[in-house]
Design a protein around this ligand. Structure first.
Ligand code: HEC
Ligand code: HEC
Ligand code: HEC
Ligand code: HEC
Length: 198
């Protein structure tokens, strides 16, 4: 009986080649290497694209006012010409946390933007801002403000130049004891701080 075509192809793929320049490596190995490299490249490109400001801005502008506020903030424009991107603050660096953020908010945000469509410029401030901000505060608190520390390093802060009350609070020993991180003390640093009633 004749072998099924696919099986025959598969076997051919893994046969050691006789041509010397192939070094005895089966064609299959080259094929898989190629597929792997292609996949990795696609993965890296999509990771970078989804970390760009254009990607975030495209969805948020016209829906809420965070982009406009960010562009007026010190994290967009300052004397040093050093800008923090949306993803710098909102997407954590460690691989698993990054993937979780991208997948979870990716699915939810696309669903909400194109299906639910409940947020708009009229109701953002009154109905949605506080809820979303609280989610960000909670997330950053859980991550111990790790995204802030991509850029800010307390060890390198010139404490002598900071006001006394800041220098004391920028001591890692104090954080250990109090369980606090940047976001506990610094909010509204890129967008308008939502009104919170105490
Ligand atoms: C497909 C459209 C879309 C894109 C692209 C998008 N967002 Fe959003 N985003 C939304 C929607 C819709 C919500 C509101 C979700 C809700 O109501 O819970 C939201 C909520 C948020 C929130 C608040 C809730 C939270 O996750 O803590 C943050 C922060 C945020 N987006 C940041 C970003 C950043 C940073 C990027 C780019 C890396 C981005 N978004 C790209 C649509 C989008
Ligand atoms: C991409 C780098 C980067 C990231 C990420 C970043 N910052 Fe900054 N931050 C800066 C720069 C640059 C300045 C402006 C320094 C200046 O001009 O004085 C700044 C300024 C500040 C200031 C001083 C504000 C003022 O009005 O003087 C605070 C507070 C601050 N950042 C907190 C944070 C917190 C909290 C986070 C995380 C949510 C964060 N930063 C994330 C780069 C960054
Ligand atoms: C326990 C509270 C607390 C924590 C935690 C904290 N800060 Fe501060 N920070 C302050 C206070 C208070 C000031 C004084 C200025 C002010 O009134 O906002 C300050 C000032 C600053 C300034 C401005 C310094 C200057 O003199 O211009 C920066 C930048 C800053 N903090 C960044 C951070 C970052 C980044 C983190 C996390 C790595 C952090 N802080 C954690 C309380 C804190
Ligand atoms: C320097 C860090 C930083 C940068 C840069 C930044 N954000 Fe935020 N973002 C925050 C913090 C902190 C909050 C929590 C609310 C607050 O304290 O202002 C927040 C809150 C939000 C929210 C919830 C609604 C609200 O107003 O609180 C959205 C949506 C959001 N950011 C999207 C973005 C987008 C889109 C960009 C880029 C155009 C961006 N952020 C850039 C730190 C940042």
């Amino acid at each position: 009986m004749k072998k099924p075509l696919l099986k025959e192809l598969w076997e051919k793929l893994w046969k050691r080649p006789t041509a010397k320049w192939l070094l005895g490596i089966p064609m299959g190995a080259f094929l898989f290497l190629g597929l792997g490299a292609g996949g990795l490249l696609t993965f890296n490109v999509s990771m970078q694209m989804t970390n760009s400001n254009e990607f975030c801005v495209g969805c948020h502008i016209g829906m809420d006012t965070v982009v406009e506020e960010y562009r007026e903030s010190i994290h967009y424009k300052n004397v040093h010409g050093l800008s923090a991107s949306c993803a710098d603050c909102h997407v954590p660096e460690p691989f698993l946390e990054k993937m979780e953020t991208k997948i979870r908010s990716g699915i939810k945000d696309v669903y909400k933007k194109y299906w639910v469509k409940d947020i708009n410029l009229e109701n953002f401030e009154s109905e949605h801002r506080l809820r979303l901000a609280e989610h960000v505060w909670k997330t950053m608190d859980e991550q111990k403000s790790s995204t802030c520390m991509k850029c800010h390093d307390v060890a390198k802060m010139d404490k002598d130049k900071q006001p006394g009350r800041a220098a004391r609070r920028h001591d890692p020993v104090f954080w250990e004891e109090s369980g606090k991180s940047c976001i506990d003390c610094h909010t509204g640093i890129a967008h308008k701080r939502p009104f919170v009633q105490n």
